[in-house]
Write a protein of this length. Structure first.
Length: 643
């Protein structure tokens, strides 16, 4: 069916108009609802802050009156121990509002209680504590802080749970303590007046206020970022209860906590990235000639289930469906027009026309050299420097153009052989391993060492020298009962030996690439593997890299610039290596993995297109490595036969 161009244009304009209209409606509705939510949070914060401010201010005024009365009694040194008068004053004060008080205490400057009146539900005038039950409060934070203050300052404590005889009082009793120093007319400090006010009434008022706002949660935090009020009681009193200590804003919501120190002005409004409003409360106010020192508190209003969620979800769904339909319609119509024109002009280009272009890319690519030492003919259960010397000699015979590399490789491998002998001697001395061939090449070989240790080695006192050198004395003690921790020590030892220069040869295991895996997943796996190689290469630098596949050697890689040799090697892999290698390699178990390098790609099938991608990626990695001053390696990922 032929589609009219005019009709297509009209449909396109109509669809675009609908999309723009819905988008505009979406953003307007969202802004309006968010403004309403913000207003509700603001109202809740206003009411909660005013409630806290009024309640604490009432406590402070009451305390100031009591302090004046006490100062008249003990204002002279001769009447400091006038306990009957002090007791009578406390009883009168307790009778005025016994539900607001929990304790009224008079302490000497050593922190010992002299007179203490406890609130009692059956006695409005309170209960006088006997002298034998008076306690030493010299170590409590509120006494130590108050004792250092001048007489014209009042201290308001944090809201916390009352503690008696070193333990939290059961049932929990939240209190606010107000205290000040009492001194004589000659400015001599006589003692400290401390009043515990019950905060339970204030918290209940906050809970009732919080319940009125169903979709908003009110939170009250103290200066240490612990919750004083939270709708979930398990979050409260983290600074007092050990089992709630991890319930702290800095641990649960670090992104919110990070903003709190920036809020220094009283009642300053802050809108966080998420729907949360934060207010800073300060109660530093003058009362009856006294200067009040109070902690810094924070109020949070959090939107639990924003009203915008359901509306936003439905509108997003409608907009997405309309947009997808619009794009599909435009794409289908455009495809029809293009196909019709190309079919009429008969200018369809076959895919084979692109092959010369791909071949040219392949010929022009520059890359590192991959030297083949052996073609999957030797199992590397234990590979030493002697075996590599033999392999290098074979390499010179198979590839005459590589003869100039043989002296350098031979000298290098001779140093590796000496490193093996030195390391074996050190292991025999420190670990009691009676062997001449065990070599920890890299950090990743510790799994192989573990299999050996399970049969022949147990941790004992002979391991103490290396444990002390590495700071592993505690781990060594645990190793007496746990073989796994001993292996962990071996891993650290292997890494330390490598960093000290005892090991010069690193090797890598390459797993088989599953061709049935989706292309996107394969690409992600390869990128992750390349990143891992880069990180390990920076930490464990080596000049040569031995590449292994399932326990068999197939390549020794070094930094060079030999395009012809690598092209020949790749062609040989494409034609013959796969058939000779897989039968042998699949019969051997995978050994441990150690990663080293900065470039990684894979060869898929044997087509020119895939090989060109490999070489272009290697070229970029090589350039980046040269800029960083390091060696670059082109790692070949072995794959199964696509046929």
């Amino acid at each position: 069916m032929k589609i009219s161009r005019r009709w297509l244009v009209q449909i396109a304009y109509l669809s675009l108009f609908l999309i723009l209209s819905i988008s505009l409606l979406y953003w307007n509705t969202r802004s309006h609802i968010q403004a309403q939510e913000q207003k509700l949070r603001h109202n809740l914060m206003m009411q909660a802050s005013q409630l806290i401010y009024d309640e604490v201010a009432l406590y402070i005024q009451d305390f100031a009156s009591l302090a004046i009365g006490l100062n008249q009694i003990v204002g002279f040194e001769s009447s400091v121990e006038n306990k009957p008068a002090i007791q009578n004053l406390f009883q009168q004060e307790m009778t005025l509002d016994h539900l607001a008080y929990d304790q009224i205490r008079w302490l000497n400057m050593q922190g010992h209680e002299v007179v203490r009146m406890n609130a009692h539900p059956e006695y409005p005038q309170g209960e006088l504590v006997k002298d034998k039950n008076l306690q030493d409060k010299s170590k409590r934070y509120y006494f130590m802080l108050t004792a250092r203050l001048p007489a014209h300052q009042l201290l308001v404590s944090e809201v916390d749970l009352n503690i008696e005889h070193g333990k939290v009082e059961i049932p929990y009793k939240p209190v606010i303590r107000i205290s000040k120093v009492i001194e004589t007319s000659s400015k001599k400090k006589l003692g400290v007046l401390i009043v515990n006010y019950r905060a339970e009434k204030l918290l209940k008022k906050l809970a009732s206020l919080d319940a009125l706002y169903k979709n908003i949660q009110l939170e009250w935090l103290n200066q240490g970022y612990f919750w004083v009020y939270h709708s979930n009681p398990e979050y409260q009193w983290g600074d007092t209860l050990q089992e709630h200590h991890f319930k702290r804003l800095s641990l649960i919501s670090p992104q919110i906590k990070a903003q709190l120190p920036d809020i220094q002005e009283p009642r300053r409004f802050l809108q966080a990235p998420e729907p949360i409003d934060i207010w800073y409360l300060s109660l530093k106010m003058p009362v009856q000639g006294y200067q009040v020192l109070a902690p810094e508190w924070y109020l949070l209003a959090r939107s639990l289930h924003p009203l915008t969620d359901q509306i936003f979800q439905s509108m997003k769904m409608s907009l997405s469906i309309l947009l997808l339909g619009y794009l599909a319609f435009i794409g289908l119509a455009g495809y029809q027009q293009i196909y019709t024109r190309r079919y009429k002009s008969k200018k369809v280009l076959p895919l084979s026309k692109n092959l010369p272009v791909l071949n040219e890319i392949f010929q022009q690519a520059s890359y590192g050299v991959w030297l083949e030492v052996e073609r999957a003919t030797k199992e590397l259960t234990v590979l030493g420097a002697r075996e590599l010397v033999i392999s290098v000699n074979k390499l010179a015979n198979q590839h005459p153009s590589m003869e100039d590399l043989v002296p350098e490789l031979t000298t290098y491998l001779a140093s590796c052989l000496q490193a093996e002998l030195n390391l074996a001697q050190a292991q025999t001395q420190y670990l009691g391993i009676d062997t001449h061939w065990l070599l920890i090449k890299t950090y990743g070989d510790a799994d192989y060492v573990y299999m050996f240790l399970q049969e022949q080695v147990q941790p004992d006192e002979n391991s103490l020298p290396w444990a002390q050198a590495l700071g592993l004395q505690d781990d060594l003690t645990k190793c007496m009962n746990s073989q796994a921790l001993f292996v962990q020590g071996m891993r650290i030892l292997a890494e330390a030996e490598h960093q000290a220069g005892a090991v010069y040869l690193a090797h890598i295991e390459i797993d088989e690439l599953n061709l049935t895996m989706p292309e996107e997943h394969r690409r992600q796996n390869i990128q992750c593997f390349a990143y891992h190689l880069q990180q390990m290469g920076q930490r464990l630098p080596c000049k040569y890299l031995l590449v292994r596949y399932q326990g068999a050697s197939f390549g020794l890689l070094m930094l060079a610039n030999r395009q012809t040799e690598l092209a020949a090697w790749l062609e040989d892999v494409r034609t013959s290596w796969r058939e000779k290698a897989f039968t042998y390699l699949n019969a051997h178990p995978i050994q441990t993995t150690c990663s080293l390098g900065v470039a990684h790609r894979y060869i898929k099938h044997a087509q020119i297109y895939e090989i060109s991608l490999l070489l272009k990626t290697a070229e970029s990695a090589l350039a980046e490595a040269k800029m960083q001053g390091g060696d670059a390696w082109c790692i070949h990922e072995v794959i199964t036969d696509p046929n």
